[in-house]
Design a protein around this ligand. Structure first.
Ligand SMILES: Nc1ncnc2c1ncn2[C@@H]1O[C@H](COP(=O)(O)OP(=O)(O)O)[C@@H](O)[C@H]1O
Ligand SMILES: [Mg+2]
Length: 361
């Protein structure tokens, strides 16, 4: 899988951009405010129909325009290309795959597995557990496609349970529903646990290469490790009714990072935290590609700027190791070039225009 053609209209300062990305590595070079992050944002919109910078699409649509569109030609299996288009207005979203309008966005997400590495990446360590769950679920979803359905049914079940607990209606039926809720919850936990056992060695290897440190990932499943979810739901039923919500289950799971017995956040420098999250995301990409025929798209925004020469080289080397289709931005070309760089395409970004640069390989 790779994006072979990209057409972007009215995404921030990108008025009308068309390019043919390389299936492996794409470098975008341009001054500040030229439109580099907007370009990555447009690719993210194509993959997930939303931005990684804001939840407010009106900030992304070009000033004075009604709608943004991103169109991509996606090479699927050998010789097969599928057109994908995303159009967003303030209150309306239209997604088309292969010329047909689709409703459920998981079909889009499944098609283009995407990871973003930028200067905000480390925030995932200190922000709420929902962000780390989302990261974990990204991985499970792209390896086990039935995960989405299980997870969706579980979340629906929790919502119904919570509203029954609040309104105190249908409390009797709740005990029966709890059986199916605990089944789904246990399945989610099992899939997450399996995923993490595959991911850990890849993460360890990458973090060692990137930063020469060792960090453990600890998984908190969201309820007592010695009891089944069914037992916990029963035991905490009264307390849940008082509180009006379901306190335990995989919707409360979390990932924690430790250097020995010390939380990584307390020990690692900001730069090391960034490497940790980069290693985690790159490990997810590798694991996904080992377990599924789909290749990932990786967006790397401005990251090299904050790294010293040695760590930048280590990072770029890892990236270039058949890690899917990569889009990297930088303010200067020499920040993202390195010895042994495989084939790539370079583009110049200037005042919202993107042009292929002539490069000597
Ligand atoms: N909705 C918008 N419409 C038009 N221009 C915008 C919009 N939002 C941001 N911009 C402008 O787009 C330009 C490019 O921003 P950005 O992609 O972040 O640049 P870079 O990443 O190259 O530093 C900036 O000058 C910014 O002010
Ligand atoms: Mg930028």
């Amino acid at each position: 899988m790779a994006i072979t053609q990209l057409k972007i209209k009215h995404v921030r300062n990108l008025n009308n951009v068309a390019l043919r990305p390389d299936p492996a590595i794409n470098l975008f070079v341009g001054e500040n405010a030229s439109g580099k992050t907007s370009l990555l944002e447009a690719i993210h919109l194509l993959a997930l129909s939303r931005s990684f910078r804001t939840q407010h699409i009106k900030h992304v649509i070009q000033h004075e325009k009604e709608q943004l569109t991103v169109f991509g030609q996606i090479s699927h299996s050998a010789g097969v290309e599928i057109p994908v288009g995303v159009a967003r207005q303030k209150d309306k979203l239209i997604v088309q795959i292969g010329g047909k309008r689709i409703q459920g966005l998981n079909q889009l997400a499944e098609m283009i597995p995407i990871q973003v590495i930028n200067n905000d990446s480390h925030k995932i360590l200190e922000s709420g557990p929902q962000y780390r769950r989302r990261l974990l679920d990204w991985g499970v979803f792209h390896v086990e496609h039935h995960y989405f359905g299980v997870w969706q049914r579980y979340i629906q079940g929790v919502r119904q349970r919570n509203s029954a607990l609040k309104s105190r209606k249908g409390i009797k039926e709740l005990k029966i529903w709890d059986r199916s809720l605990s089944d789904l919850g246990e399945q989610i936990d099992q899939l997450r646990t399996n995923y993490l056992s595959g991911l850990r060695p890849l993460f360890t290897e990458k973090l060692e290469k990137l930063a020469g440190i060792n960090v453990d990932i600890r998984y908190r499943r969201g309820w007592d490790k010695d009891q089944s979810l069914g037992e916990v739901l029963e035991r905490t039923f009264l307390r849940d009714s008082e509180k009006g919500f379901t306190q335990f289950g995989p919707h409360r799971a979390d990932l924690q990072f430790y250097c020995g017995s010390v939380p990584a956040l307390e020990k690692l420098s900001r730069g090391q935290q960034k490497m940790l999250v980069s290693a985690l995301r790159l490990a997810q990409v590798e694991y996904q590609q080992l377990n599924s025929p789909r290749r990932c798209v990786i967006l790397v925004d401005d990251l090299p700027a904050e790294l010293d020469h040695y760590h930048r080289q280590a990072f770029l080397k890892l990236l270039s190791k058949d890690m899917g289709q990569i889009f990297i931005t930088a303010t200067e070309a020499n920040l993202i070039q390195f010895e042994g760089l495989p084939d790539y395409k370079m583009f110049h970004v200037e005042h919202g225009e993107v042009r292929p640069a002539v490069v000597e390989h």
